[in-house]
Ligand binder design. Structure first.
Ligand SMILES: [Cu+2]
Length: 124
């Protein structure tokens, strides 16, 4: 096994790959990770919806859902909670719709059960 040491570059690349996987999995909630909103966003059409989402089991799931909906054109903000089975999404209703956003989440393998009741918030 001594011959393995002859390829430090390969080992280095491998280490980077492992690191990237680790980082993408443990990417904890960073509230500052907001994307700059496009200038086309029409503030008068901004809506906030609360969706009941099942299937999320950890912070990784939360981030997967959050990142996916944030990437949708017109979405200006998203918060997700696997504990509350909740996704709160703020978006420009002239650019996307609740059903579009639900579809994005469904396609990730999670399930949008419908609108989340407001009283979910008190059951912390
Ligand atoms: Cu998860």
């Amino acid at each position: 096994m001594h011959t393995n040491l002859k390829k430090p570059k390969m080992r280095h690349l491998f280490a980077i790959a492992i690191l990237m996987i680790a980082v993408s999995c443990s990417n904890s909630n960073s509230p500052d990770a907001k994307k700059t909103a496009t200038s086309e966003v029409n503030t008068a059409a901004i809506k906030t919806i609360r969706l009941h989402v099942t299937g999320m089991t950890c912070e990784g799931c939360e981030n997967t859902v959050k990142d996916a909906v944030t990437a949708v054109e017109g979405v200006t903000g998203a918060e997700t909670s696997y504990v509350k089975e909740l996704a709160v999404i703020t978006y420009d209703s002239t650019l996307t719709t609740e059903s579009d956003l639900s579809k994005v989440i469904d396609e990730l393998g999670y399930k949008v059960e419908g609108p989340a009741p407001d009283n979910n918030e008190s059951s912390q």
